[in-house]
Design a binder for this molecule. Structure first.
Ligand code: FRU
Length: 485
């Protein structure tokens, strides 16, 4: 693996032509995705500034141009009319050199549409002459022509009560109060993860520190909460965040998680009162930094299909990272329901003849959707393998134990096993018997939606030349397969 010097990681990009070779090389990879947003070169991490503005969905992603390394971060911009076909709009926000507030990176943040402008709130990852970090909360605005201009001054600088880890502004407008709130992920000097809140009467200026968010029962959950957001969905408030550096049951050795709480937010007292237990947003291996779109009545979420502190097989090819498919959120019985957006149906190209009820060695297209209906309660459960070899061996196993209502995925049977420290299997106890799996396969990922959105398992998988087949091992199912555009 390449060793990076600080100079190499934090090199400023002067012209897009400098990444042409890296981009062309990445494009030749067998693991390049067909219908997911992925790094144009180098590394992609969090989705940023996700909004609906002027007839388009706008998304930016955290981007380090130079390779699979967390170095100097930019916001790279893509837009879409349908959440499916994304147009490349080039760099959205670049860090500035010298003593600029974002001199070592334009870190994550959110967007907000007001009148004819899309406002972008982000963290300036500033390092001083002694290389000490000073985070700034910064603003940029995009007009209808797509021109992005940085505000002259920071919205506010670091809060002296917390450590250098204060970032990822999420802007929330509360109509009844006619107030704008910016929430940030933060860390106390005792190294506890927190959310801190700023407020103003005005979207673009006058922010004052309002206080720390109290989340009773969650005072000691990880050392830092990254990418927090508070969404109002179906009459409930949902606090979404990424607690870091803690071990949670069922997650292997993973130290980074994307979780949520459903509850009630009191914006006057700054208390988020949970109404249920802490939930994972996703049960797969690779999911982090989820962001919900603003500026629309729909609750659409996308996340980084990856994790901090791990490596991926394409790192060798000098690129890494893609985003998840957009999902539509609702709240039912105190939990989030996540469904693939309905627009995804337009990706279906042709239905593949899979044979009736006997699925041995069905060849999977590189880009495919599978709809699996099973009546597992009646029998001994259900199990199948995706990406098995023609000899029926190996692959990603998806199995359901009807007596315990447990669904498990296991990627240890794949030829390329990676990030074993995160564990090689994930299990979930379903609230009802398994009836449906909707699976989206791309060149190097799989997203499995369970029982019409009750749970999702999202993972990167790097299948080799001969790992192409679907095979059911146990139980009965009706399976439809479409190749995707
Ligand atoms: C989450 C994160 C954010 C930060 C960004 C930097 O993955 O660490 O907290 O703003 O990535 O790229």
């Amino acid at each position: 693996m390449k060793e990076w010097t600080r100079e190499e990681k934090y090199r400023y990009l002067k012209d897009l032509s400098e990444i042409k070779e890296l981009h062309d090389r990445a494009e030749k990879s067998v693991y390049r995705q067909n219908y997911h947003i992925q790094a144009v070169s180098g590394l992609l991490n969090d989705p940023n500034g996700f909004t609906f503005f002027d007839g388009n969905w706008h998304l930016f992603y955290q981007w380090c141009p130079w390779g699979a390394v967390h170095g100097l971060k930019y916001w790279y911009h893509v837009k879409s009319r349908d959440l499916i076909n994304w147009e490349d709009c080039g760099i959205g926000i670049s860090p500035d050199e010298g003593d600029a507030p974002d001199n070592k990176g334009a870190y994550s943040g959110s967007g907000f549409v007001l009148d004819d402008i899309l406002y972008l709130y982000y963290t300036g990852n500033h390092r001083d002459a002694d290389y000490v970090r000073h985070p700034f909360t910064l603003l940029a605005s995009m007009d209808r022509e797509g021109k992005i201009t940085k505000a002259e001054k920071p919205l506010f600088s670091e809060n002296p009560v917390y450590t250098e880890h204060q970032r990822d502004p999420k802007i929330v407008y509360i109509k009844e109060k006619e107030k704008y709130y910016i929430i940030l992920g933060a860390q106390t000097p005792e190294k506890k993860g927190r959310v801190i809140v700023y407020k103003s009467d005005n979207a673009v200026s006058g922010y004052e520190f309002a206080g720390e968010l109290s989340v009773p029962g969650y005072e000691d959950l990880g050392i830092m909460w990254e990418c927090p957001s508070i969404e109002h969905i179906d009459g409930k408030d949902v606090l979404i965040f990424c607690p870091q550096h803690l071990s949670l049951p069922g997650r292997g050795g993973s130290q980074n998680h994307n979780t949520y709480l459903v509850g009630k937010m009191d914006w006057d007292k700054l208390v988020f009162l949970p109404e249920g237990k802490l939930e994972f947003l996703d049960f797969g291996f690779d999911f982090y930094a989820a962001a919900c779109a603003a500026g629309t009545g729909r609750h659409i979420l996308s996340a980084w299909m990856g994790l901090p502190d791990v490596t991926y097989p394409t790192d060798e090819e000098e690129w890494s990272g893609c985003l998840t498919l957009p999902r539509e959120l609702s709240v039912k019985n105190g939990r989030l329901i996540q469904k693939p957006v309905k627009e995804l149906e337009s990706l279906r190209k042709e239905e593949i003849e899979a044979g009736a009820g006997d699925y041995e060695n069905v060849k999977l297209p590189k880009a495919a959707e599978l709809l699996i209906k099973t009546d597992a309660e009646e029998g001994s459960g259900f199990s199948m393998r995706l990406f098995a070899g023609k000899d029926g061996q190996g692959g990603l196993s998806v199995s359901y134990d009807a007596s315990e209502k447990k669904l498990e995925i296991d990627r240890s049977g794949m030829d390329i096993v990676f990030n074993e420290s995160e564990g090689t299997s994930r299990k979930l106890q379903l609230s009802a018997a398994l009836s449906e799996l909707r699976v989206f396969i791309d060149s190097s990922s799989v997203e499995i939606f369970v029982n019409d959105g009750e749970a999702v398992f999202t993972s990167r998988v790097f299948s080799t030349e001969h790992e192409k087949y679907l095979r059911t091992d146990r139980g009965k199912a009706e399976i439809k397969i479409w190749s995707l555009k």
